[in-house]
Design a protein around this ligand. Sequence first.
Ligand SMILES: CC(C)(COP(=O)(O)OP(=O)(O)OC[C@H]1O[C@@H](n2cnc3c(N)ncnc32)[C@H](O)[C@@H]1OP(=O)(O)O)[C@@H](O)C(=O)NCCC(=O)NCCS
Length: 161
Amino acid sequence: MKAPFFFGWRDAPATSRRLRVADAASCARLHRTSFAHPWSVPEFEALLNDPACVADGIEIKSSLAGFILSRRAADEAEVLTIVVAPGSRRNGHGQRLLAAHLARLAALRVRNLFLEVDEANAAALALYRRFGFTVEGRRKSYYAKAEGKAGDALIMRRALS
Ligand SMILES: CC(C)(COP(=O)(O)OP(=O)(O)OC[C@H]1O[C@@H](n2cnc3c(N)ncnc32)[C@H](O)[C@@H]1OP(=O)(O)O)[C@@H](O)C(=O)NCCC(=O)NCCS
């Protein structure tokens, strides 16, 4: 049986690599740990099979501990999702993933990378700001919440060249 994602492998070495269709089930398992509306294995298979999608993962002890997925269109791309296993966060893996991903997109001649983030997602916002993403727009009341007011989505952009 595979080890669960939420172990805190703080001292284990992490390696980054491109994702393959065979990673769909691991992606779905990991995605489920962090999002209210998780994507299914077939959805990940379709994304990982799509030549427009660029997907990078990070492995610790042969298990996927995080990944990032973007979709390209002409010289732009959009981050569809990024996640690091809850037990492995604040260990630099998000930065490692994003750095590898930006380098790959730049090599593919992507000039602008966009993403959408809940303005209440402090961890993601701090990570994106650290990498030079700036706010380009806002979608009001975009994220429905179980309780309280719906949150705004921020549209962020980072130039790659
Ligand atoms: C966002 C996410 C990918 C960050 O991954 P991570 O591996 O913890 O990130 P890192 O350890 O590389 O942290 C990078 C920087 O981001 C910021 N950061 C990360 N987590 C933070 C938190 N909980 N609070 C504030 N800042 C945070 C810090 O500036 C951090 O640098 P530091 O640790 O040197 O201070 C992770 O929190 C996650 O998977 N969240 C759930 C999924 C999600 O919300 N994805 C984004 C959707 S838009």
